[in-house]
Design a protein around this ligand. Sequence first.
Ligand code: NCD
Length: 327
Amino acid sequence: MSQNRHLLAIRHLDKGDIEELLDLGREMKARVLSGNATLPDLSRKVVGMLFFENSTRTRVSFEQAAHYLRMKCTSFTQAGSSMSKGETLKDTILTLRSERLDGLVMRHRMSGTPYLAARYFGGPVLNAGDGAHEHPTQALGDALTIHERLGKLKNLRIAIVGDVLHSRVARSDAWLFHKLGNDVRFVGPRTLMPHVTANLPGEIFYDLAKGIEDANVVICLRLQKERMEGAFISSVGEYAKLYQLNRQTLRYAAKDCLVMHPGPLNRGIEVDDIAADGDHSVITNQVENGVFVRMAGLYWAFGGEPFTKRKAAAKKQTAKPKAKVKS
Ligand code: NCD
């Protein structure tokens, strides 16, 4: 094992790191599915699962990933902790550090809080979604799913449709797909688009038909009302009329396009049943792959080396010394 590292945002990773994490995710999947291959043993590590915001798939998949790696988990929510008595996040992190936790997985409604945790906590911190900033492991799971289905992750047209303004998934996805050489598009009403578009790697479209034209992948986003202050759309019905992915609007995308959604789905709003459950949909694959990329993330954050490099090094070590030739 080499040094610990944080997994806070895709934006700060280079292409090499992203590819290493995806390779690890693929390898974890192959090993779990084979049923008898050995998995890395992190049983000496205790990880704190800090979910200060509601979560189903991210929390459960991080816990499941930790179980596969034999880590011990300590769960932590704001309501059941001293934070409900007024303790600051910094003091909470320092407490968990003193209690000798080895790593933290953290979700918080405020953008940037995992950076604060990384500053005060000794070990690796993994961001499980911070406000409208980033959700790096969701993007890794999405990337693994696309690569499995389309056999590549380059030169694809990937349209992210809906509430981009409040979406951490949109940001992490956009950075990842851009860094790997894809054409990223954001599609939605003006009011749900980021104000400073230059900071995000993607072209903006306000018209669904134009935005998803010939797209290889369409990623639908939920209207994240809990992160909205005030009204961003005139009505949910009108939004659905203009931006819903359904049997009709799917026709604008490429013939064999993938339909994705990070969940939770609001059926009948951003997506209808045909798009969500039809042949194009890979939504359940995204959830499944979420477990394997989170295994990869945890292993990587605790300094795990790529398996292939490890294999090569192990081979070198066990190789018989060459017989000396007598002169
Ligand atoms: C998303 C999230 O919480 O960022 N879901 C997820 O983690 N899979 C998206 C959302 O809340 O709409």
